[in-house]
Structure formats: structure tokens, C-alpha cells
Design a protein around this ligand. Structure first.
Ligand code: FES
Length: 85
């Protein structure tokens, strides 16, 4: 997304500095790749699911992935769904 804007800065000396910005870009959201609370990567979750023929819920229960703050759960669900395609 590209948008133009400008803003002015008033300094103590009453000088005004005008700053022209060509583009303002908010950082793209980054997907999580691991459960930080449990210290386990999504790769490891997927590997355990395959090796143990276990469901995501079962592996999460065993590893404690997603059981604390739950911030990782949306990205974990996307990660697992992408691997099953
Ligand atoms: S990051 Fe997974 S439960 Fe907090």
C-alpha cells in the first residue's frame, strides 16, 4: 500500500520543518513459526503429528503448545492446514 503524506514539526525556536514522505508503509504482519510459551516449533508439531499419527489437539496437549497465551494458535492452524493440502 502506498500513500503520500506530509507533516510539520514545530521546534522550540519556532522554526517549522516540513517533512515530505513519499510512502508510509506499515510493517507486514509476520506469521509465528513456533509457540514461544512452550518453546516448540510448528515444524516439530507437524513432525510429531506425522510420526505419532496424532491429531493437532493431541500433540498440542502433549507439548503444551497453544496452552498458555494462545497467540500462536491461528498461525499454527494455518501452518498445519497448508501442509495437509
Ligand atoms: S505462543 Fe503459543 S501459547 Fe503462547
Amino acid at each position: 500500500m502506498k500513500s503520500d503524506f506530509s507533516f510539520s514539526i514545530m521546534c522550540g525556536s519556532m522554526l517549522t520543518h516540513s517533512v515530505e514522505c513519499e510512502a508510509y508503509r506499515s510493517p507486514a504482519p509476520r506469521a509465528m513459526t513456533r509457540c514461544e510459551c512452550a518453546g516448540v516449533s510448528f515444524q516439530e508439531i507437524a513432525a510429531r503429528m506425522e510420526a505419532d499419527r496424532a491429531s493437532l489437539d493431541e500433540v498440542c496437549r502433549r507439548t503444551q503448545c497453544g496452552n498458555t497465551c494462545t497467540a500462536c494458535l491461528p498461525d499454527l492452524a494455518r501452518f498445519v492446514a497448508a501442509r495437509q493440502k
